[in-house]
Design a protein around this ligand. Sequence first.
Ligand code: HEC
Length: 171
Amino acid sequence: MSKQDTHFFNIFSVVIGLLVAVALVLLALARNIGDNTQVTETYADKAYLKGADERTQPLVRVAVAGQDNSALVIKGLAQTTQIKLEIPKDGPALYEAVCKTCHATGLAGAPKTGDKTVWAPRLAQGKATLYEHAIKGYTGKSGAMPAKGGRTDLSDELIQAGVDYLIAQVK
Ligand code: HEC
């Protein structure tokens, strides 16, 4: 290697070294400025904190039998998945909304609405038994009548009104 080349390499190394040093200084400076401005602002940002809170909620919560587990309720989820079923106002409305599904066609062995032959022996049991079977559910020879037709959220009185309506259809 000629003397000139050696000289060039020496200068070149120094220049590269200086550039690296400047880059490191800029990097440190940028981080320092960021820490004092952006980061503090981010951590004070309500939307950011709320989002982080939501994302870090546990996916699974274990309820322990015999303990108060109300704190485990996943609120956002409960709100969106809770379906509010309409409450029918009287017997006929209840029939339309709930009982009809099975009793109009005799689905799943349900005694068909208005069919005297299938209802006669049932009516013979007396109203009280029919009320009880409709409210508490009943499994007989032809199938299973679910408690309150599956609408256990409804009052006993309303179910009785539904039974009255069913009985009134038998002619
Ligand atoms: C999922 C289908 C289904 C729905 C919905 C349903 N029932 Fe029934 N119901 C049945 C079946 C099946 C039986 C017959 C059970 C048996 O005797 O084997 C029955 C029987 C009955 C009986 C006669 C019980 C007896 O002792 O003979 C009454 C009364 C009755 N249902 C009332 C109602 C009323 C009121 C509603 C609406 C609130 C309703 N059902 C909704 C399936 C249903």
